[in-house]
Design a protein around this ligand. Structure first.
Ligand code: 5GP
Ligand code: MG
Ligand code: MG
Length: 184
């Protein structure tokens, strides 16, 4: 059983209703943007983006292809401008296709920048980025989402796909994790 959420969550930052309302709004902006296109390849980065991808995709009015990628995370100290390590690649060719990268959160931006560079080498028609959460204060590289759900302060959050030590992804809201959880 999940531990008592009072002992894990400092504060609910974004509740379930606000998430759903905002995601519908994002979907309508994305629908507008691609209104003259027939198809879209939506690429979620495992595992944190799964809930966002599922909720967003329900409201997209194009023929979409749902794709998933897994990449290894380095800690920022070890990051150079090299390639990202891909643990699970796309199942489809993106040449001449519209690609929408679906992210849970952009923090330093290193992961997404490297991933975008990798995908650009495959000659897609276009790559855009949608992120549910953005922590702009933490950015270390120049990358901006085309659409974002919420800008959030520099706090560690969990829920709606986001984990701490692989846990709490199933919480239906975004909450700030209590420091006592990770500071022991
Ligand atoms: P970046 O390369 O932008 O620093 O890393 C982004 C990744 O770090 C996210 O996809 C996510 O896995 C993780 N991350 C960054 N901030 C948070 C946070 O507040 N909570 C959780 N659960 N993961 C985070
Ligand atoms: Mg992510
Ligand atoms: Mg994680």
């Amino acid at each position: 059983m999940i531990s008592d959420t009072n002992e894990i969550i400092e504060k609910v930052l974004i509740d379930e209703d606000s998430l759903n309302v905002r995601i519908k709004k994002l979907a309508s902006q994305i629908n507008d943007h691609y209104k003259d296109e027939d198809t879209l390849i939506m690429v979620a980065i495992l595992k944190g983006s799964v809930m966002f991808m599922a909720e967003l995709a329900k409201h997209i009015k194009l023929d979409i292809n749902l794709e998933f990628m897994a990449v290894s995370s380095y800690d920022s100290g070890t990051i150079s401008s090299g390639n990202v390590k891909i643990l699970k690649d796309l199942d489809t060719d993106i040449k001449d296709k519209n690609v929408l990268l679906v992210e849970d959160i952009i923090d330093t931006g290193h992961t997404l920048l490297k991933l975008r560079n990798n995908l650009e080498k495959r000659d897609p028609k276009d790559i855009k980025i949608v992120t549910l959460l953005d922590k702009p204060e933490r950015r270390e590289v120049d990358i901006k989402p085309d659409w974002y759900g919420f800008k959030i302060p520099n706090e560690f959050v969990v829920g709606f796909g986001l984990d701490y030590d692989q846990k709490y992804r199933n919480l239906p809201y975004i909450g700030i994790l209590k420091r006592s959880v990770y500071e022991g």
